[in-house]
Design a protein around this ligand. Structure first.
Ligand SMILES: [Cu+2]
Length: 299
């Protein structure tokens, strides 16, 4: 059994096109070598002038046209079913952002990995929070751009139990390769159990849970290492230079500054870092405060 319902169509056209290409590569090279030997100066001192041949011209026009149409036909019939999801497909929202995938289920559950039941049509509604991404599941033979402001989607049926890679196939900045996740195809009863189980985050600081969910930690570390953004280690009370409206200011980092920065990332830029990378998120005051509570504990 194939990993998804699209493997057969895509693989067939790949192997078909590959076979035709290999056939001509070998055939043309062989004829070339034969002609080199057969018509070398010693054996064929006087060149023959050929005036043209309708028969030959018709053959080398008609045969390639038929071959190209065959390749088109199998490519098209492999691709067309990808365009429309069946009406009873289960819908999951897939969110791409710098640099993380998040999958949101209709019951409110969200997860970093895509978990789906076997043999069920799944439709992913693709959303980007920032730039162009592309959701790519090689084992399923599907790939679709995720474009901010556009309602794109993709669908498939997972037909074989297992875990398969999900990648971002559209270069989206420095940590593009961090957008590695997986799709986990499981039995339907296990899926129902998983879907209805609440993530146990009771031992985790709510601010940390929120930061994981919002991908803050793909750009900011907790151990002092510089990533694309400054580390959160010992950030409260730090003296630093920020740029506001093109003018430099020296500030001491406090809760108000961080609150402002998270609620409105473009209000200022930390000197030495690239502006405009931090996403504008829809967070409540409570959520921002939870995150700041957690950030203040990072020492
Ligand atoms: Cu990406």
């Amino acid at each position: 059994m194939n990993a998804s319902n699209f493997v057969e169509g895509v693989d067939f056209s790949l192997y078909l096109i590959l076979s035709i290409a290999v056939f001509f590569l070998v055939g043309i090279t062989a004829v070339m070598i034969y002609f080199l030997i057969r018509y070398r100066k010693k054996r064929n001192p006087v060149a023959t002038n050929i005036e043209g041949s309708y028969t030959l011209e018709i053959i080398w026009t008609v045969i390639p046209t038929i071959l190209v149409l065959i390749m088109f036909w199998y490519g098209w019939t492999g691709y067309k079913p990808m365009l429309t999801a069946p009406n009873d497909a289960m819908e999951i929202e897939a969110v791409g952002q710098m640099w993380k995938w998040t999958f949101n289920y209709p019951n409110g559950k969200s997860s970093d990995t895509l978990v789906i039941p076997i043999d069920k049509a799944v439709k992913l509604n693709l959303v980007s929070k920032d730039v162009l991404h592309s959701l790519y599941i090689p084992a399923f033979r599907i790939k679709q751009d995720v474009v901010p402001g556009k309602d794109f989607s993709m669908w498939f049926i997972g037909q074989k139990l297992g875990r398969y890679d999900i990648l971002c196939a559209e270069y989206c900045g420095q940590l593009h390769s961090y957008m590695l996740s997986s799709v986990h195809v499981i039995e339907e009863n296990k899926y129902d159990e998983w879907l209805n189980k609440k993530e146990d985050t009771s031992n985790e600081h709510p601010g940390l849970t929120l930061m994981k969910k919002n991908a803050c930690l793909s750009c900011h570390t907790q151990d002092g290492t510089r990533l694309v953004g400054p580390s959160f280690k010992d950030i409260i009370g730090k003296t630093e230079t920020i740029i506001v409206d093109g003018k430099e200011q020296t500030i001491i980092v406090d809760r108000d500054y961080i609150f402002n920065k998270i609620s409105n990332p473009t209000s200022s830029t930390v000197k030495g870092y690239q502006s405009g990378l931090m996403p504008q998120l829809n967070l409540s005051e409570q959520e921002v405060n939870d995150m700041i509570d957690y950030i203040s504990t990072i020492k």
